[in-house]
Ligand binder design. Structure first.
Ligand code: DAH
Length: 343
């Protein structure tokens, strides 16, 4: 038996013993490197193979490989065992007290403006209205001119409108979305357009940014009675089945005839002359409406003798305040958690 053969056996045997007694994974890895690594004991022994006669080399090579496999197998077995021990030890160390109460989860809530828009959209969605939106930065033309508000109209006063640049404004109403919709598609149209609007106005009952929702129904032979039917349904769905509506003649440049629409007071139904909400009148104004002005149809590229339609627009904050009994508009915008959490 050659010297090298002995060396291989001895080193191999020693390695197996070391592996057997290894205490942890880093030690085991150390052993692997010290035996099988580039400069490991087995590798070093193999380097001397060059010195033995050629005919003995294959035998020695085979022997070395046999030991290498044995050692690798032993390393693998030990590694699995040590890992299992480690898991076991970790489990004993880290006890979990399943009786500790869980952390409180803070669930956000939807803003009353959001829930009101959703409620209105859902209600009118049931009778065929689709929601569409337009930009908050709008051209002067679409915000005013195209909805029949001429250059000298008081609504265009610098005090009311935020001008962004030449011919560009922060929209002061959602009515321009009517015109956008009509220019984009042919009638029939039945849409709702919710969104933020801006006016240079700020006090207890006005905010420079607030929300409106616009409605538009254009088709052959849409009439004022359709308008009354839709708004009557809307009022009952929103404020309760006993709710009535009434239309008072009014003027809005983009409709003819135009009306202001009141709902019967949901708090006192007109029975309390001291009612805080309706001030004893029994009625609450909630929106403006009317039959689309023929001029708008012409500007949209429709033939005004072929179609008719109605439009309406309302302030969302006002509706939300009535629905929830919110006393002050400013509460909507302060972001006070105590207020918002109630919704
Ligand atoms: N745009 C109007 C406003 O801001 C509200 C309005 C009134 C919209 C009558 C309409 C309408 O569509 O027909 O005061």
């Amino acid at each position: 038996m050659s010297e090298i053969q002995n060396q291989i056996r001895e080193k191999g045997q020693a390695a197996l013993e070391q592996i057997e007694t290894a205490k942890n994974l880093p030690d085991l890895d150390q052993i692997r490197v010290s035996v099988l690594g580039k400069k490991g004991s087995l590798s070093e022994a193999l380097k001397t193979l060059g010195q033995v006669p050629a005919e003995e080399r294959p035998k020695l090579g085979a022997l070395a490989n046999e030991w290498k496999s044995k050692i690798e197998a032993a390393l693998e077995i030990k590694k699995t065992a040590l890992e299992a021990n480690q898991i076991e030890a970790d489990l004993i160390k880290t006890k979990i007290d399943v009786t500790i109460p869980s952390r409180k989860v803070h669930v956000g809530s939807l803003h009353p403006i959001t829930t009101t828009v959703r409620k209105i959209s859902e209600t009118l969605g049931r009778i065929g209205f689709d929601v569409t939106v337009g930009p908050e930065i709008e051209t002067d033309f679409l915000n005013f001119e195209a909805v029949n508000i001429p250059k000298d109209h008081p609504a265009r006063d610098m005090q009311d409108t935020f001008f962004v640049g030449p011919g560009v404004v922060l929209r002061s109403q959602t009515s321009p979305v009517q015109m956008r919709a009509m220019r984009a598609e042919k009638w029939p149209i039945r849409i709702l357009c919710p969104g933020a609007v801006y006016r240079c106005d700020s006090d207890a009952t006005h905010s420079p940014m607030f929300h409106q929702i616009e409605g538009l129904w254009v088709d052959k032979k849409v009439s004022m009675s359709d308008l009354k039917g839709v708004l009557g349904f809307f009022a009952k769905e929103l404020f309760g089945t006993d709710t009535k509506i009434r239309l008072r003649p009014s003027y809005f440049p983009f409709v003819e005839p135009g009306a202001e629409v009141d709902v019967s007071c949901m708090l006192c139904a007109g029975k309390n002359h001291k009612c805080q909400v309706c001030k004893g009148t029994g009625w609450l104004e909630i929106l403006g409406a009317g039959m689309v002005h023929p001029r708008l149809f012409e500007l949209a590229g429709y033939k005004s003798d072929e179609v008719s339609g109605f439009a309406f627009g309302m302030g969302i904050e006002r509706i939300a305040m009535l629905l929830h009994g919110i006393p002050d508009l400013r509460l909507m915008f302060h972001g006070d958690q105590r207020f918002l959490k109630q919704f």
